[in-house]
Design a protein around this ligand. Structure first.
Ligand code: ADP
Length: 453
């Protein structure tokens, strides 16, 4: 609609300018060319070839030129292609110009009737008096003024036709725009209002162009992400509260037992309380880390450390526990190289790998290996276990946040489904390659590659 009004307004303006001022433009142009031809002719008189040049000027400007003088050499009365002036007229003009102070004059309301025309015509005559070597000469340049009313009425009817065509074309364009652009935008807009509730229905939007299809897909993906994040948030809350409740129950239970039964006040029971408190602390740390990653606050504190020293210290953390649990936990060291890493973070990743290896293993002869091996110019640090392994369908997802293969799994350790996603973020921040090799039911080997400093 706006488009239509705009087009009609522009056309109206052009129409008004053309029809109202065309006549004036035309006359002003004529006068200009008469004056310029007059000036040119004046400067040419007396030249050898001035007659040829005048003829050329007459032709190219569609005017008629006469030069009247008593000196033959300065006169010119070539055949005019347009309008000839008879001697009577010339004399009348000459006497009028002669009588003036000014040496040039434009006669712009001159009516002149030629022999073969039945009506006098509107003629413009520019007259210029010259004094060449003390001899008088008068240059006359004339041109007929064609009435433009016929032209203007042609233009008018043309405009009406053009306007009609433009209106029809604009309407067609508006229809196309509305069908192919506005309607999908409206539909997408209406649908995207449901996005925050995760109710975007991409099928409700009829898309007709690739761009809309892509926009629709992007919104559909956003919709899926919202649903996924929502589900994950609920699951995480469920897991975290469950994981918080178990150690808290243990701490309260053991604490009360020690308080009420003095004979239970022994190291073993106190260690249970300490262990459970540590688990709580790990979970809280994980949650803090994940929130830091979200806010991109994570900063690495890199330092040089011996690879073997680092692996040894992780190994020591679990050595005793594994012995008591009858788990075959081995350390396989490679060259003692120095690496430059955020030690706290790398240990955190290895703890997570080892914890998982202990968690996801129900076999009798449980085996876990923490080690390093040289490959090309880097060292692959790994945690291997002969546990339950990972199914192929899950292997690409386990690094995703909140992803847990088996929700019913009974855990011995804290697990909220964020450990590996945290490891992924930390390893990516280090710029390290990482991954997992696994065969379902047989083994898993989680690793990352580190280059010597
Ligand atoms: P969680 O807290 O659930 O252990 P993680 O991010 O550490 O979270 O691990 C994600 C999932 O990957 C686990 O739920 C588990 O299904 C799988 N997984 C991780 N490590 C192992 C492993 N060593 N053996 C088998 N499955 C594993």
């Amino acid at each position: 609609m706006i488009l239509l009004v705009f087009v009609v307004a522009v056309m109206g303006l052009v129409y008004f300018v053309q029809t109202t001022f065309l006549d004036d433009f035309y006359k002003a142009n004529k006068i200009k060319s008469l004056q310029s031809v007059g000036a040119s002719v004046s400067s040419l008189i007396g030249d050898d070839s001035f007659e040829d040049e005048i003829e050329y000027l007459m032709m190219s400007n569609e005017v008629c030129v006469r030069v009247v003088s008593n000196n033959e050499n300065y006169s010119y009365s070539g055949a005019c292609t347009l309008r000839g002036l008879d001697n009577l007229t010339i004399n009348a003009i000459a006497s009028e110009v002669d009588a003036m102070d000014n040496d040039e004059k434009l006669f712009d309301n001159f009516h002149y009737q030629r022999d073969f025309r039945d009506k006098p015509e509107d003629v413009y005559i520019f007259a210029k008096l010259l004094n060449i070597n003390n001899e008088k000469a008068m240059v006359l340049v004339s041109s007929g003024i064609t009435p433009l009313s016929a032209t203007i009425s042609t233009i008018k009817s043309q405009y009406v036709l053009i306007l009609a065509i433009i209106i029809v074309m604009t309407l067609i364009l508006a229809l196309i725009l509305s069908r192919y652009i506005l309607r999908p935008i409206k539909q997408i807009n209406a649908e995207s209002k449901n996005l925050s509730r995760g109710e975007y229905d991409s099928k409700a939007v009829k898309v007709v162009s690739k761009e809309f299809e892509e926009l629709n897909e992007t919104l559909e993906n956003a919709n899926e992400d919202i649903l996924k994040a929502d589900k994950a948030k609920k699951e995480l809350l469920g897991n975290v509260s469950h994981d918080l409740r178990t150690p808290l129950t243990m701490i309260v239970g053991y604490g009360e037992m020690i308080r009420d039964l003095p004979e239970e006040d022994n190291e073993e029971n106190i260690n249970v309380i300490i262990d459970e408190a540590r688990r709580l602390s790990t979970l809280v740390d994980d949650l803090i880390d994940i929130s830091k990653i979200d806010a991109i606050k994570l900063e690495l504190n890199k330092e040089d450390i011996s690879l073997n020293e680092l692996l040894n210290s992780v190994y020591k953390q679990y050595e005793k526990y594994c012995k008591t649990q009858n788990i075959d936990f081995k350390l396989q060291l490679s060259d003692d190289v120095t690496i430059n890493v955020d030690v706290k973070r790398i240990k955190q990743i290895l703890y997570n790998f080892v914890n998982n290896s202990l968690n996801y293993n129900t076999k009798e002869n449980q085996e876990v290996i923490l080690g390093a091996e040289k490959i090309d110019d880097f060292y692959r640090v790994y945690v291997y276990d002969n546990g339950e392994g990972i199914e192929e369908k899950d292997i690409n997802n386990i690094w995703d946040r909140y992803y847990k293969v088996d929700k019913e799994h009974k855990r011995h350790h804290i697990g909220s489904g964020i450990g590996l996603s945290l490891a992924k973020e930390l390893l990516t921040a280090h710029g390290m390659n990482y991954g997992v090799e696994s065969k379902y039911g047989e083994y898993s080997k989680f690793y990352f590659d580190v280059k010597p400093a």
